[in-house]
Each structure stands twice: as C-alpha cells, then as structure tokens.
Design a protein around this ligand. Structure first.
Ligand SMILES: Nc1ncnc2c1ncn2[C@@H]1O[C@H](COP(=O)(O)OP(=O)(O)OP(=O)(O)O)[C@@H](O)[C@H]1O
Ligand SMILES: [Mg+2]
Length: 451
C-alpha cells in the first residue's frame, strides 16, 4: 500500500521540495497552503501522515494540530518547526503530534522521521484491527436463541447468577453448558474476580487432587515446588467443574469435604485454609444413573445439585436453528474471510429436519465447512454435510445410523472432493486450503477413491 502524506506549509517552495523528495521515495503526496485547506484535505483524503508547518498565517500549526486530532481516525502529525524552537516542539508533542523536525532539514533526516512515523501508524492500525477482532469475538459469545427451551434456561440463569448458590448444568455434549457457566459468572457479583475451569475428565486421576487442591513441596516424587490448586486460585471467584461426572471416587470424597466446610488442605499439607469459591459444575452424563451404579457419590450429587439447569438438546429447540445458523455465518465469515449472506430455504429445511446429535457445536462446524465451500452468496443444500443433507431420509429410516467415525470419514471425503473441485484439481492449493500436507492429501484421496 502506498502511504499518503499531506504537506501543509504556506511557502510554496518548501512544499515543492518536500513533495519531490517524498514522491521520489515512493509516497503519495497532497498539498495544503494554509490551515483551513489542510483540515479540508485531511477529512477528504484521509492521509496517513501530515507534515505540518508551525508558522502559518490565519490558523497556526498548533491550532490545526488540535483540530486534526479531533477528526475521526485522525492521521499522525509531524510538526515542522523553525530551528531552535524546541519549546514549541515540545508543546506540539504534548498536544498530540507524533514527532517534530526542525527547519531547515536535511533530506535523510526528513525521510527517516517520516518512515518512523508511518511505521508507527501501521502498527497502530494493526492494533486497532486486532482489538476490533477481539471485541467481536468476545461479543459473539452471546447466547443465541428464542425458543421456549432456551428462554427457560436464561430465566433460571438470571435468577441464580447473583446468588452464590452452587449450580449444576446438565445436557448433551455441545448444548452450551460451558457458555452458560461463563454467563452465570459474568452476571454474578463475582464477575471481576477470577473464573477458573477444571476439566475433570481431562486430567489423569493421579493428578486431579493436586490440580484441585494444590500440593506442598515434596508431597510426592514430582512435587519439587509447592503449587496452589485451582480452588485456591479461584478464591473470591468462580470455579467451573467441567465433566464433573468423570471425577474419580477418591477425589469425590475430598471435593465433598471442601464443599462442606469450605476449607482446603493442599496435598501433603497440614494447614487448612478458608476459601470463598462459587461452584458451577457441568456434566453430559446422567449423574443419577452414575449414583445408582455406584460410580458417583450420592452425597456429592446432592451437594452439587442445589440448583440445576438442564440444557435442552438442539432437536428440541428447532426454532433456534435459523437464528443460530445466522449467528455462526456472521461469526465465521469474519474469521474465514468469506462473504456468505445466508442459507437458501431448502438448506434451512434440511437443517431443521436434521437431529443434531452433536448439538450446537455440530451446527457451528457444519456452518464453518459450508462457508468454506460456498465462499460468497447463499449456502445451498450441496454445501451441507452429507448427514444433514440426507436428514429427511434418515428420519424415516433410523436404521441408517452411522458411527461417528464413519460420519467423520464421509464428511472428510466430501470436503476433500469439494475443495479439489473448487481448486480445479490442484492438490497443492487443496492441501494448503485444508491445512494438510500434500502427502496426507494424497493418502486420503487414495483411501477415498478420489484419485
Ligand atoms: N445458544 C448458543 N448461542 C451461541 N453459541 C452457542 C450456544 N450454545 C452453544 N454455543 C456454542 O457452541 C459450542 C459448544 O458449546 P459448549 O462448549 O458450551 O457446549 P458444552 O455443553 O460444554 O459441550 P460438551 O459437553 O461437549 O463440553 C461453543 O462454541 C458455544 O459457544
Ligand atoms: Mg463443555
């Protein structure tokens, strides 16, 4: 990109010299002979940088500087001051100028100053863009849906959030338990304090106690340093116990004790410390069934099940499918740089007819792959995953059920075939687009008979 620079000086001779110099260095230049003209050109042409003379009739450079700084997306300003007027230069910088250069200047010094200022401008722009991205991503963590099922959930969330009550979230995989846990935290009085998650299913049984409660130095062979557990670190905040149904029985005993007297003792430690932690737990297992079969302690279950919120599966809130699809199209368009407007009526019908065993997560993934295949315009039926496309048929013949692995392979084959087609058979482009090596692509093509 060519950087645009506005030269504002009342002396035509200076404008000429600077213009020639900058043009030769590859910049695009604009000129203004006075303050008013400079302001007009800034708002009209949005230059990246203004070289602004301090001494101009009518409006002084400082006044122009102040006015420029008030414009939306205001450019960087480098003041040109008379030799020896450092106090003025300092004043200008205090008013928002990025740098100053004394007249008469030598060419190299001017180019260096300009180059540095523009580098700064570029970085600033990037930071601005990243900030926007981050805030969009945060923003897109809204809970979408207007179905009765979801409205009930949100009503319960609102009621329980401001209390310190323990909450148990239940629901199939991908129904939004983690999302709801976070929003309980955000709506609570603890929202400025820590929110910590521990995934009880992902930590090896031998480590789980030390993860939860911490350990003292030397508590076991690998415990070289003392370590504060998640509970301690969540003090005054909220602890999200994800997949709580996976917690081993002996850890369940310890957890129960902590929940009962709100004190924790590190592994290998003697002293119990008080903690103030709000617990939100989640599981996609049927805890009552686990209790019945002896794999989950009944007393812990009652401790956790103080206030429960059951997230309905997506197939019971088909009303939300259109809204969720629109939400994910919007969200992933930004991430994938695609320009998809929406779904065709037929595609939406297919999506509504499909049962979504993987719930919202599966829907989000389906939209992502449809965006990649569609790029711009409208998502049509062929861009949907084959399971979704054949939704009506599978509903009639339940026998057609496939295993997750088979479904995954089918989807993979589709995606590879479609991407190859889009890239006119180019394996290099297809591999890059799919984020795999050419060799992996070749092997998969062989496996799926796509050679
Ligand atoms: N109502 C919703 N609106 C928008 N996004 C949602 C909604 N529900 C879920 N999601 C999104 O779907 C994905 C899956 O949700 P989440 O991780 O909360 O599910 P989960 O119930 O914790 O699943 P699992 O049991 O597999 O851990 C996330 O990316 C989440 O942001
Ligand atoms: Mg989860």
């Amino acid at each position: 990109m060519k950087h645009k620079i506005l030269i504002a000086d009342d002396e035509q001779k200076i404008r000429r010299v600077v213009e020639l110099l900058l043009a030769e260095a590859g910049y695009e230049t604009l000129e203004a002979a006075n303050g008013a003209e400079a302001l007009e050109k800034v708002s009209l042409h949005h230059p990246h940088l203004v070289l602004l003379d301090y001494n101009m009739p009518q409006m002084t450079g400082l006044e122009v500087l102040e006015a420029v700084k008030k414009l939306p997306g205001s450019p960087l300003v480098v003041m040109m001051t008379a030799f020896g007027s450092v106090t003025l230069a300092v004043e200008a910088i205090r008013k928002g100028a990025y740098d100053f250069i004394e007249k008469p200047f030598d060419n190299d010094k001017l180019l260096l100053t300009v180059g540095r200022a523009l580098q700064h401008a570029t970085l600033q722009e990037e930071v601005g863009e990243l900030r926007k991205k981050v805030s969009n991503m945060e923003h897109s963590e809204v809970i979408v849906g207007e179905s009765e099922g979801l409205r009930n959930v949100m009503q319960r969330v609102k009621m329980v959030a401001p209390t310190d009550a323990t909450v148990l979230l239940t629901g199939e995989s991908g129904t939004g338990k983690e999302l709801v846990a976070r929003s309980i935290f955000q709506m609570s009085n603890r929202s400025l304090n820590p929110f910590l998650t521990i995934n009880c299913g992902a930590i090896p049984a031998a480590l789980i106690e030390s993860e939860l409660f911490g350990h003292e130095k030397g508590a076991f062979t690998d415990a070289r340093e003392a370590h504060a557990g998640t509970f301690e670190r969540a003090h005054t905040g909220t602890l999200f116990l994800d997949e709580v149904g996976e917690l081993p029985l002996d850890a369940q005993v310890k957890l129960l004790r902590v929940l009962e007297d709100r004190k924790i003792t590190r592994v290998g430690g003697k002293k119990a410390v008080n903690t103030d932690v709000r617990i939100v737990a989640a599981t996609n297992r049927d805890l009552e069934e686990l209790v019945a079969s002896g794999r989950f302690r009944a007393d812990l279950f009652y401790r956790l099940n103080v206030f429960s919120i059951a997230l309905p599966p997506l197939r019971q809130r088909a009303d939300d499918i259109a809204l969720l699809a629109a939400h994910f199209i919007n969200k992933y368009n930004r991430l994938l740089n695609t320009r998809v407007k929406g779904l065709s009526g037929d595609a939406l019908d297919k999506m509504v007819a499909y049962a979504w065993p993987g719930n919202i997560r599966e829907l989000a993934n389906a939209i992502q792959s449809a965006l990649i295949l569609t790029q711009e315009g409208t998502i049509e039926v062929p861009a949907l995953p084959s399971k979704v496309r054949s939704a009506a048929a599978t509903e009639a013949t339940v026998e057609q059920a496939v295993t997750i692995k088979e479904a995954g392979s089918m989807a993979e084959k589709e995606l590879i075939a479609a991407t190859l087609q889009k890239n006119q058979g180019s394996r290099t482009h297809t591999a890059t687009e799919l984020g795999i090596s050419r060799k992996t692509l070749f092997n998969k093509m062989k496996r799926y008979n796509l050679l």
